[in-house]
Design a binder for this molecule. Structure first.
Ligand code: KIV
Ligand code: ZN
Length: 520
């Protein structure tokens, strides 16, 4: 697949995915190197044009992630983010050395508010920094993108002047960010039209947009900008990102595909890979997708009311504007239970949009068998939860082994826990104020730490008293937060798994040691 969009492709919209950079800036989110590579591979396979792999100067972990993604990915461009300094740009370029199609993405704030308070620079100095940084980057790399941070709150004359200078200095892509999710579709379309009409050399660059979702308008704003002439959309899987997140890739892609009559634009994305990639990102980040989320939510293709079900049975188009198959789901009535074998389980995974490696499949199948021994009917939600759990845990260095808990009204409540710490099995016994407290105390005995438990949440995956529990644990240490997930038919085991998963993520964050001020 070609990622170099030709000028003749007037209606081709470039999909720039920033799940690994802006998406990873979501509070509580962290991905280790292997997980980032897994996501990058899925994005490449899905046909994403540009993968923004990280912010190389931010930390050693970010640098390594960009370098390894650049080493791995061949069919998508790989971008590294840099502020408008030679040091940042050099570091980004170093990380991108082995990329088949590298891109340096440099940015600086241009709004009065950001220039005065964040940068403490005069507009003329910012303008000069744009020329210097873009020229410097362009001398290293033929493919340079430039972004005026807080673009939508930038004074329009100044924005047009900066864009013109950035193009003159060699930027081939000009990205207009709505950094704080402030704009609305009509206003944003006018801003893009203004740049298309006023900037004399605008035809030398692709206009891109990067919308945040603070008002829930990121997708609408991006689509309005495309109608006005933008031809690159920056987005993330499941819309993850800073605060309320970024424009959701699956939503913009399916909107342009489903309403191609009104928005006659094409992307290179194979939409049948959407579900699988969404599930991978959700499992790895621990951010579950809300059931009513457009395109990838568990209910996005579910019909509850009798009237709707009757309509869909007669003709699916009565209540479905796109087919489940178009996003990678398949309809079947395959019911899973303890007699289901390996082959049926594999078919079910495929139907649900999962594609697992051999080891992950093995783990998931074993967990499925254990679950089926306890639960007569294993629903799709059960399988999603247990596969997510297997994916989440794949790279953990500390692993749950077993747990015995004594609880009830006549305490003390005690927990005896075994963890595998880098191959070494360690046991701890603890008392607590209730079984969960005792379990977490036992974990703290094996893995002493000062992280504070910020959130402990239990959710039943399905109805019934034999339902699996899905637990989320959020830990905070030195301003860094991580979310851990665990699923099991035993709520306490799920709790222990979630806590241990959060600790594993904390270990990754500690190792990366990124300074908070580096986020863009
Ligand atoms: O939101 C933003 O402004 C950004 C830029 C670095 C593109 O993420
Ligand atoms: Zn952003």
């Amino acid at each position: 697949m070609s990622t170099q969009v030709k000028p003749s492709d007037a209606n081709r919209v470039i999909i720039f995915d920033t799940t690994l950079r802006d998406g990873e800036q979501s509070p509580g989110c962290s991905m280790n190197l292997q997980e980032k590579i897994q996501v990058a591979r899925a994005l490449e396979e899905m046909g994403v044009d540009v993968i923004e792999a990280g912010f190389p100067i931010a930390s050693r972990g970010d640098f390594e992630a960009v370098r390894e993604v650049a080493n791995t990915v061949k069919n998508s461009q790989v971008a590294g983010l840099a502020r408008a300094t030679n040091k940042d740009i050099d570091r980004a370029w170093e990380a991108l050395q082995n990329a088949a199609q590298p891109r340096i993405h440099s940015f600086i704030s241009t709004s009065p508010l950001h220039m005065k308070f964040k940068l403490q620079m005069e507009p003329e100095a910012v303008h000069q920094a744009i020329i210097d940084s873009v020229s410097y980057a362009r001398n290293l790399c033929g493919n340079v993108e430039w972004s005026p941070e807080d673009g939508t709150r930038t004074e329009p004359d100044f924005l047009a002047r900066c864009v013109e200078s950035a193009i003159k200095a060699g930027a081939g892509t000009i990205n207009i960010p709505d950094t704080v999710g402030y704009t609305v579709p009509e206003e944003f379309a006018e801003l893009i039209s203004m740049l298309m009409n006023r900037v004399p050399n605008i035809d030398k660059a692709v206009i891109s947009v990067h919308c945040h979702n603070d008002l829930g308008l990121a997708v609408a704003n991006s689509l309005a900008a495309v109608k006005a002439g933008a031809r690159q959309i920056e987005c993330t899987i499941n819309g993850i990102g800073e605060r309320a997140g970024n424009c959701a890739l699956e939503e913009v892609v399916m909107a342009m595909r489903t309403r191609n009559d009104f928005m006659p634009y094409e992307t290179g994305v194979d939409s049948t890979q959407i579900m699988r990639t969404s599930r991978l990102v959700s499992a790895i980040t621990g951010f579950s997708v809300q059931p009513n989320k457009a395109i990838v939510g568990a209910n996005a293709f579910a019909h509850e009311s009798g009237i709707h079900q009757d309509g869909v049975l007669k003709n699916a188009q009565t209540y479905e504007i796109m087919t489940p198959e178009s996003v990678g789901l398949t309809r079947s009535n395959l019911v899973m239970g303890k007699h289901s074998g390996r082959h049926a389980f594999k078919s079910k995974l495929k139907e649900l949009g999962f594609e697992l490696g051999d080891n992950e499949f093995q783990d998931a199948f074993q967990r499925f068998k254990e679950l089926a021994d306890h639960k007569k009917d294993v629903y799709d939600e059960d399988i999603i939860a247990l596969v997510d759990d297997a994916v989440v845990r794949h790279n953990d260095v500390v692993r749950f082994v077993s747990l015995q808990v004594v609880c009830g009204s006549t305490g003390p409540q005690t927990a005896e826990l075994v963890l595998n710490v880098q191959g070494d099995e360690q046991t701890a016994k603890a008392e607590g104020n209730g079984p969960v407290d005792a379990t977490f105390e036992a974990i703290r005995k094996i893995m002493p730490h000062d992280a504070v438990l910020q959130l402990y949440q239990v959710h039943a995956v399905t109805g019934g008293t034999d339902a699996q529990a899905q637990v989320t644990v959020r830990l905070e240490e030195d301003g860094k937060t991580v979310n851990g997930q665990g699923a099991d038919h035993d709520t306490l085991v799920a709790s222990a798994r979630a806590y241990v998963n959060a600790l594993n993520k904390l270990l990754v964050k500690r190792e990366r040691g990124e300074p908070a001020a580096m986020t863009a």
